[in-house]
Ligand binder design. Sequence first.
Ligand SMILES: [Cu+2]
Length: 139
Amino acid sequence: MHGRAALAPGITRIAFLALLMTGTATIAGSAVRAAQGPPPPRVIEVTVERFEFWPSAITIAEDETVVLQLRSEDTQHGFHIVGTGTNVTVPKRGKGMAIATLSGLKAGRYTFECSRLCGAGHNFMRGVLIVRAADGSTP
Ligand SMILES: [Cu+2]
């Protein structure tokens, strides 16, 4: 116990220094990005499980780019926004996530649904995407 305790301070100091340097590099990177272009898109996390999406209502703005990160809590599912080209497979729990980037959608209400057969309630697995118009009104 005593032997280990004597070693620890040195290791901790090196780890802290490395952390400090990494942190500095990250902050510098963000500053450069901010000066060069628009802020990164908004990320919305969506949980998918039999037989629902959460949140089941998502609101975005017409001129906004949004990244949806979809994770399953059980089996494989799909995420399809009816009337758009968005249709991704959401891997089963623990196997990662699906990414759907939304941009350039016209104002309106879109239905999204599961597009991979996942069980008895599959056909009821739906939600709504509301795209607000540029003037802020909701269709
Ligand atoms: Cu399904």
